[in-house]
Design a protein around this ligand. Sequence first.
Ligand code: PEP
Length: 245
Amino acid sequence: MRQLIAGNWKMNGESASLAEVEALACWAASSAPPADILICPPHTLVARAVVIANGRIGIGGQDCHPDKSGAFTGDISAEMLQDAGASAVIVGHSERRQYHGETDALVASKARAAWRAGLVAVICLGETEDQRLAGQAFRIVADQVAASVPQDAIGMTTAIAYEPVWAIGTGRTPAAQDITEMHAHIRECLGSVRRQLRVLYGGSVKPDNARQILDLPNVDGALVGGASLRALDFQTIVSVARPGS
Ligand code: PEP
């Protein structure tokens, strides 16, 4: 399976940051990268990033509302992202779950909204540190897979990002064996129909640990936060992806 390296800019980036998209897209066009590339800038930059990327890399949103349109001040629909040229959208990021109270059921409805608009849904899930310390990580992740990944998800329309909450933005990563075991567990939970989904790892992926993580069995790519803000760092991560078809 060809790996996917997705960058989540979070609430970072203004017009000047589009130079990073340009640099990354130029690099991608000239160097046949071993993985698919997706950058998810803030919504204000999506349309311009799409023009700059010019098909050389994918551009996505960071969230969407389940509905197509309506009285939802401040929200954005999957259709609006698609209209701006996005090809994917992140849903259920732990920061949305934590600061906006998003439930698994809401995340599943956002994934369906993404499909309705023709976008790939990157569905995030992962345990907190307390849950891991209490020995509940496998159960929590199984519950999240059951409730936030629709049964009819297929590899063309959906990717999972396993992001242990305690590893996001902290510089800490799980042991290699823990990542391998959790990814195998997620695959098991997905069952035979959803087995083709890419399962990305996210949480403090950096240029200096990317190769080790991307080489692990069952790791089909990465969701990268901080290290996606600079094209050079992100390129370094993409270039150590495991080549696949
Ligand atoms: C993320 O925001 O999804 C993330 C993984 O962030 P970071 O790489 O900075 O830990």
